[in-house]
Write a protein that binds this ligand. Structure first.
Ligand code: U2F
Length: 562
């Protein structure tokens, strides 16, 4: 069946159920954004033309909202608790629905079981039953519940699962045996899924798929209006929970010399002691009122927490400058409580690395807050700068619809690797060394890997300098690491063509392979496909890195990916 774009969201709102504060928040958001979504769908439909889109049957099981996993978020919705996850799930539901897919939504174990066809009372059903869904979107909590209640079906159908995973899961943590042997074991990892089945809130690591969310977009008239009505001395502090303000008196004091400071900190009956008297605290605001506040403000200022949330993108989209602190040394699961136990060793160099690296100046200023002079100088400079509202395409409704459309049409983690053609020898990589002898390029006439997505001809392979992760090595060349291309490079032939002087070649399990070790002129191939990883580095190795191009403002998709 062909999927048809939908423009009426009232049925989706019914499907979303009711009762919990979290669901109420999500439904309000979806309702408010309806006009934007519909417009975006029309634009995408025009862009895609007559391309065939399969209609999928999709189950969305939001595990963290189930009572069975404690549902700690819902009671905190009106009390300054995290809303980022709710923002994202609301937008995922809207995207899937608008793209025209068949949708079921569950937020309890009971609903999950009845949708999966598990007979009630048959907790751990040993049988494999036909699964009535082509795709299941869930989170780590939901994954655990499915494992417990799907019996053997879990193993059979897990390739259809997509895990919404805010901060990401790196391959070394995902592979059970490897994680256990090498100290990458955490509370969350070791599911042996294809790492691309994990979908993140920001494009943290190309090992996972970037899901994202949307921010409200302004039209030209609104943009002009906002620019005219900005108060150059008005600042809003990032942080709806009082604890975020603790110990920030010094910065607030400096900021107060220049600007009128506003906050949206939740409080019960009186001002939280962490929030100084000179701050105008509005209390936690409903989302649309928070947007209105941002429209008037010049500066949105972060004090280090929360990490990597939606609010800075909203602020920038509403014409604010976002000022945030640089982390030196960077925060990660190795040195910071918040990230401890998360299945990634990604180093976070500022409160919002996406804002720093993908947006940057003039919209984003990342400074060393330990240096009061630098901090003060930044505030003064920001008050003098003029900025336009800005929203990266990948965070617009159209950008999210486009990206998820591409994933649904092209990502297939159930396909078994095809059998080797009769008489095949060791695979030859269809590359040539580029004329400047720096990297490998696809040969023009190669009909290698015809069904691959992203299409294999977007591959550029580089040998990284020692100590450089493929994630960074590709960025150095204006490209992005593409893990699905690793198999094309994992051969002696690729090393040979790059003129790497291998004295010996071994095949082992190591998330840094394929790689070249300079000392003994040893080349290493990857033995376990699940361990192909863009993330990770060691000064011992020059990693062999698969890079690709990407669309401007849509890093998840290559030029020819649609
Ligand atoms: C992030 O969660 P948060 O909920 O702390 O993220 P924020 O960036 O603060 O933004 C969430 C939404 O809250 C809204 C605002 C954002 O869309 O419009 N909001 C509001 O409705 N009223 C207000 O007064 C102020 C903001 C992140 F998303 C999570 O994944 C992390 O777990 C968490 C911790 O790092 O940070």
């Amino acid at each position: 069946v062909q999927a048809v774009f939908r423009s009426n969201l009232s049925h989706l709102l019914e499907l979303m159920g009711s009762g919990k504060e979290s669901l109420i928040f999500m439904k309000k958001r979806t309702k408010r954004l309806t006009a934007q979504w519909v417009l975006a769908a029309q634009r995408l439909a025009r862009k895609l033309g007559s391309v065939w889109r399969d209609q999928k049957q999709i189950l969305v099981h939001i595990g963290f909202l189930t009572e069975e996993s404690g549902d700690v978020f819902s009671p905190r919705v009106l009390k300054g608790g995290p809303l980022g996850e709710m923002v994202q799930w609301a937008d995922i539901l809207a995207t899937l629905y608008i793209l025209g897919h068949g949708l079921r939504i569950t937020v309890s174990l009971k609903e999950l079981q009845s949708n999966l066809g598990v007979p009630p009372g048959r907790g751990n059903c040993p049988l494999t039953m036909p699964l009535p869904f082509d795709l299941i979107y869930t989170d780590y909590h939901g994954l655990q519940q499915m494992k417990q209640h799907m019996g053997l079906s879990f193993k059979k159908y897990r390739c259809r699962i997509r895990v919404i995973d805010t901060f990401g899961t790196e391959p070394a943590y995902n592979h059970e045996e490897y994680a256990t042997l090498h100290g990458y074991r955490t509370n969350w990892g070791y599911w042996n899924l294809n790492p691309k089945q994990f979908m993140t809130m920001f494009p943290h690591t190309p090992d996972n798929s970037f899901m994202g969310f949307v921010s409200e977009e302004l039209n030209e008239t609104e943009k002009q209006l906002i620019k005219g009505s900005k108060a150059s001395n008005m600042a809003v502090v990032y942080g709806k929970e009082a604890s975020i303000w603790k110990g920030k008196e010094k910065f607030l004091g400096i900021l107060n010399k220049y600007m009128e400071i506003h906050g949206t900190v939740y409080y019960e009956s009186q001002r939280p002691p962490e929030v100084p008297a000179f701050v105008k605290n509005h209390g936690l605001l409903p989302q649309p009122e928070f947007q209105q506040l941002l429209r008037k403000a010049k500066l949105f200022i972060g004090f280090g927490f929360p990490y990597e949330g939606p609010a800075p993108l909203e602020a920038i989209a509403n014409g604010c400058v976002f000022l945030q602190s640089r982390f030196s040394p960077p925060h990660s699961s190795l040195n910071h409580e918040f990230f401890r136990g998360k299945p990634t060793s990604r180093e976070v160099f500022s409160q919002h690395p996406y804002a720093e690296n993908f947006i940057g100046k003039p919209h984003v200023w990342t400074v060393d807050y330990n240096n009061s002079e630098e901090f003060e100088a930044a505030i003064k400079a920001i008050m003098r700068t003029q900025v336009d509202p800005y929203l990266p395409y990948e965070y617009t409704c159209e950008g999210m619809l486009e990206r998820i459309h591409a994933y649904i049409q092209h990502q297939d983690f159930c396909a078994a690797p095809g059998p080797a053609p009769p008489g095949a020898r060791a695979p030859l990589s269809p590359f040539v060394l580029a004329p400047n002898a720096t990297h490998l390029e696809w040969t023009q006439n190669a009909s290698f890997a015809p069904g691959a997505w992203p299409p294999a001809h977007s591959l550029r392979a580089w040998l990284a300098t020692a100590g450089r992760a493929c994630t960074d090595a590709c960025l150095d060349h204006g490209l992005i690491c593409e893990p699905s291309f690793f198999p094309f490079l994992n051969s002696q032939d690729a090393f040979q063509k790059l003129q790497v002087p291998c004295d010996s070649t071994e095949s082992e399990m190591n998330h840094l392979y394929p790689a070249f070790a300079q000392p003994g002129h040893e080349c290493f191939l990857q033995k376990e496909p699940l361990l192909f990883s863009c993330a990770g580095s060691s000064t011992k190795y020059h990693r062999l890195c698969p890079c690709r191009d990407f669309r401007k403002g849509q890093v998840a998709l290559c030029q020819d990916c649609l």
